[in-house]
Design a protein around this ligand. Structure first.
Ligand code: HEM
Ligand code: HEM
Ligand SMILES: [Fe+2]
Length: 460
């Protein structure tokens, strides 16, 4: 490690991994409830488990982004972090608020939670991904602002690189779009319109900048390729992202009561969105080819390439499948959406977390050349189990979604099955989903185990 303050990334990384274990466990609970609707009822109803599953997902990604930024910004800026103390304080504040919120979901009925957190004073609750009590949302804003202050001061006072500027732009964008979470119009169509300003502009806009910056940092470190090459690619990817992603928001405005022109704008702009994801594949693989060093930490490069490939499949391919308005007319809100949501979130934002952790964590633990070969081999098994598991979950959901469309959406209204009758028909496919979910969890356990493999003492 070049700068001591990079150490503050450690608790962020560890906590993100703990939350990931919780997230996947709740995924498994949901998967079981799809097969047996009474599983864990009334202890953990489906809606509560779902809320915990996706809120853990968002919070763990935030922790991972913060850890990544605290690790890479000092090194890029060639100076210590502006305030390591602030970074540690915000870690504990955010962790405590996160745990309290999840416990709130699990222990108190949601309506009561809304009441005791004074949601009526500034109503923001009740929307997917944004279920947090208003007070938690305010907490998130404070934590994120203090984090951005810390990062910005470090960037501005140090050496400025394309990576840190792109990263900072992404982080500021993330904070900015989150502000729409505080706007809750009564009209459902208007509400959905602005809800996507948070969700879509995060995952298909500013978070892609953050992802591109983290990917570039790891690629520089493990391939030794010149910065100029990296910078050119990063510029290109970021430009394509913003050009397609901003207007691409229109692919959520097809049938929600918005004007017709969105059918065209959304379809055309979002068709371009897979391109930056495809460029990331070319980027990662061509950097490997041009590499000037053979870094001992091979598994970090595997994660980097894997991130690019699975993100392209999940976001690019599975996103494109349903992004044209005439197709979306039939697929909207089916299991096909869930298939895409799973592989895109996993490939882009879970795997980029593994990429930076895989590179940085050994160094934080004093293993400058990466973990031992044995440990890397075990991590590689974890990599494949998780990738195969999530591909399997996605394929199962794709079959489920197609079947659902055939039974529920395609026939004329007289002959179409109801939503619940359709889901009952598809249960055999959900058994496969659960099986692949278990493989994913086994992969995570294997991955975590690789941390505890003893490092042989290196000869001098
Ligand atoms: C890191 C891995 C995972 C990620 C990133 C992830 C992500 C997500 C996302 C984004 C949603 C919301 C989907 C939407 O609204 O369309 C969701 C819901 C869900 N997830 Fe996961 N998930 C993961 C693992 C799992 C696993 C292993 C299972 C089960 C085997 C699972 C089962 C479910 C279920 C049943 C839902 C609710 C779907 C519904 O509302 O009908 N997830 N997950
Ligand atoms: C890493 C990037 C991405 C992530 C994490 C992601 C995640 C998601 C999630 C979770 C949903 C479901 C939201 C909900 O209604 O609950 C969704 C919906 C959607 N996504 Fe993505 N997405 C990504 C990129 C893309 C791309 C590049 C495209 C198009 C090429 C795309 C097309 C769509 C469409 C059309 C929907 C709406 C589905 C419907 O109508 O039900 N996504 N995305
Ligand atoms: Fe979108």
């Amino acid at each position: 490690m070049k700068y001591n303050s990079q150490m503050v990334a450690k608790p962020y990384f560890i906590f993100a991994l703990v939350l990931l274990a919780g997230e996947i466990l709740f995924g498994l609970i949901l998967g079981l409830q799809y097969i047996n609707g009474d599983f864990l009822f009334p202890l953990i109803p489906f809606n509560v488990a779902r809320m915990v599953h996706i809120n853990l997902l968002i919070v763990l990604i935030l922790f991972a982004f913060m850890g990544a930024a605290y690790y890479l910004v000092p090194e890029e800026s060639e100076r210590e972090l502006w305030s390591p103390k602030l970074a540690i304080i915000t870690f504990w504040v955010f962790a405590a608020a996160g745990v309290a919120t999840i416990l709130g979901y699990l222990l108190v009925p949601y309506a009561t939670l809304a009441e005791i957190t004074y949601n009526n004073l500034l109503p923001t609750m009740g929307r997917e991904f944004l279920e947090q009590p208003t007070i938690t949302k305010i907490g998130i804003v404070i934590v994120v602002l203090s984090f951005i202050l810390n990062i910005a001061m470090t960037v501005l006072k140090g050496r400025r690189t394309v990576i840190t500027v792109v990263l900072l732009t992404g982080l500021v964008g993330m904070a900015f779009f989150f502000l729409f979470a505080f706007y809750l119009p009564e009209n459902l169509a208007v509400d959905k319109f602005f809800w996507w300003f948070v969700i879509h502009l995060w995952v298909e806009g500013v978070w892609e900048l953050i992802m591109g910056a983290i990917l570039s940092f790891v690629l520089i470190k493990v391939t030794g390729v010149d910065r100029e090459h990296i910078d050119k690619w990063l510029y290109l990817i970021i430009a394509m992202t913003l050009v397609s992603g901003i207007l691409g928001t229109g692919h959520h405005f097809f049938f929600i009561g918005t004007p017709d022109y969105w059918l065209w704008i959304g379809s055309i702009a979002s068709s371009v969105e897979p391109l930056p994801f495809f460029l990331m594949i070319l980027y990662a693989f061509s950097m490997e080819k041009k590499r000037r060093i053979d870094h001992e930490n091979k598994i970090a490069l595997t994660w980097a390439k894997g991130t690019a490939v699975i993100a392209f499949l999940g976001a690019g391919v599975w996103g494109f499948i349903h992004t044209l308005a005439p197709v979306n007319y039939y697929t909207h809100g089916t299991q096909l959406t869930a298939a895409h949501g799973h592989l895109a979130f996993f490939g882009a934002y879970i795997m980029i977390m593994f990429t930076i952790i895989s590179y940085a964590m050994p160094i934080i633990r004093g293993r400058l050349k990466g973990n031992s070969q044995k440990s890397q081999n075990i991590e590689r098994i974890g990599f494949w189990l998780m990738v195969i598991g999530m591909l399997g979950v996605t394929l199962a959901l794709t079959v489920a979604g197609t079947w659902q469309i055939i039974l529920q959406r395609w026939p004329d209204s007289g002959e179409a099955l109801s939503f619940m009758a359709t889901q009952a028909e598809i249960i055999p496919v959900y058994v496969f989903r659960l099986g692949f979910g278990l493989i994913t969890f086994a992969g995570l356990v294997t991955y975590l185990y690789s941390f505890f493999v003893k490092q042989p003492v290196l000869s001098k």
